[in-house]
Design a protein around this ligand. Sequence first.
Ligand code: AMP
Ligand code: ZN
Length: 665
Amino acid sequence: MTAEEKIHQLREELNKHNYNYYVLDNATITDFEFDVKLKELEKLEKENPIFFDANSPTQRVGGTITKNFNTVVHKNRMYSLDNSYSKEDLLDWEKRIEKGLGRSNLEFTCELKYDGASINLTYENGQFVKAVTRGDGFQGDEVTNNIRTIKSIPLSIHQDFVQNFQMRGEIILPIDGFHKMNIERVANGEEEYRNPRNTASGSLKLQDSAEVAKRPLDCLLYQVVTEERKYKTHFQILETARNVGFKVPETIKLAKSIEEVYQFVNYWDTERHNLPYETDGIVIKVNNLQQQEELGYTAKAPRWAIAYKFKAEQVSTVLNEITYQVGRTGAITPVANLEPVQLAGTTVKRASLHNADQIEKLDIRENDTVFVEKGGEIIPKIIGVDFTKRPEDSKPTKYATNCPECNTELVRTTGDAKHYCPNLFGCAPQITGRIQHFISRKAMDIDGLGGETVDLLRKENLISNYADLYDLKVEQIIPLERMAEKSAQNMISGIEKSKEIPFEKVLFALGIRFVGETVAKKLAKHFKSIDNLMAATLEELINVDEIGDRIAQSIVDFSNDLGNMQLIERLKTYGLQLEVSAESLENQTNKLAGQVFVVSGVFHQMSRNQLKKAIEDNGGKVSSSISKKTNFIVAGDNMGPSKLTKAQDLGISIISEQDFIDKIN
Ligand code: AMP
Ligand code: ZN
């Protein structure tokens, strides 16, 4: 088999497995086997750059940067939907379309109304070529590179279908994935995302497609737009679309009357709470495509479709008390403790009040009767107060001035929505939280030690910071509740083993505010050791790519604290990795020190990411836009003409991929 044949075979195989896994939810090989094949394909593609294909499964990991998203005019307008709220509304709609068509006994397709961000995917000759957001319906933003990373979206269609078409669907973030992202955000000391819909739509506009690739986004399809008259009904074309690779939910259903439509509505009104993603209604469409065409559009929406909106799940209940929670970073979150109430299938007892401004804006007070809504279906939120029920002796809420855990006076810096407890080393939840973060999987990944045990160890005064972990002895642990010799030994050996964890993870584990996983990686790479990092000035920090004022200031604050520096000295004596290892320094030079590169176009010998890595490994800096500071532009095929002009205007050297390779070898 030639390399070309092998490449095609692997691509097809991997596409098939992606489809089984992400669309059918039915994997037929292990992740490991998949990775082996993917690596093999990556290698072959790298050796044979002439077979590069933007739609290859290897391109799903992302890595392209989009600074400005191009505005693209939709070939066919993306309309809104008219709404209905009752069976009567649906019957009225039926009458209108029966009149319009001059016939009765119509057939309908019922679908769920997926709650995310609408997207239009263009396919030409079976190949995915472009993805554009809905925007104002006439034109949207092109987000092709970001969309390519969503694995349930097929990039090439090999089976019998229409040739040229646009596929419309909704980019969604499943509820599970949304929660996972939030757990990580909280662990990084960042504020939680409010709801899956906004997070999904925000994800489409991230500049780095590799970041998009990491998010558990999905795409549910609901319409095929094409001039080819191959299929007669909407249901049929959707079913076929599913068979050729698109994720068309199995929940779609044919209905032969409004009565049957209404059964569908009633069923999903409650059942939707068991779906893995959010929905905000039902969409009913005339099934026959020719009838759809006859009915056409009003100024705003198709006449052949209508949305049925579920009643917003809302209840009122009494707010008994406002309490305050202290997070690991000291951030204070006000919590409404409610008289328990049933809402959207669960009992709600608490709701987040977010911050002081929110409480003030809604004038929320203890003993008020408040309206609670399951906003994005997930986190209950308080949307207002029933002022008619406000007790006469009610007084405006005075936001906490002191920490509920340690009584230290709270601080709030300008521009920050949250109050903080500044008592880093004496506030129990902060102490415990920091150690829990330190041992967590993405940080020191300590086996044999969990969050509850950390809490116990602290309460027993065996530890009061993460360095203390390394002084623990088996004999101290055995007497503790639920501990035995074996578990104590496991814990100590887990702690011992963590001394091998690489520097970038140790840096993340330290729990410096705003230094999440990605930032820790960047800093580790740039500064190479904790000593260099701690000695860095604010200015030096800000000069590091993608390190902003906020992060830089936080690092400076951290290093100015004597307690922190003592902890770090102790970690050094225990033998933790506080600098990058010799191994990872291999292949690194200073050949490009002080030089700023912009990378543009498509490359053949290495991927864009490899190219960037090579620049950084050799001491150079990669910038995403051309400026006076740029020294070189590495230009691949199809470099944008505006970039070219700008580079020429500024007199910046433009070099080829080969020139670059010669430069570093
Ligand atoms: P609206 O924004 O309320 O006017 O509703 C129109 C939007 O509903 C479309 O732009 C789609 O993004 C979204 N939608 C979600 N599910 C469906 C579906 N099954 N069929 C059509 N549109 C849908
Ligand atoms: Zn405190």
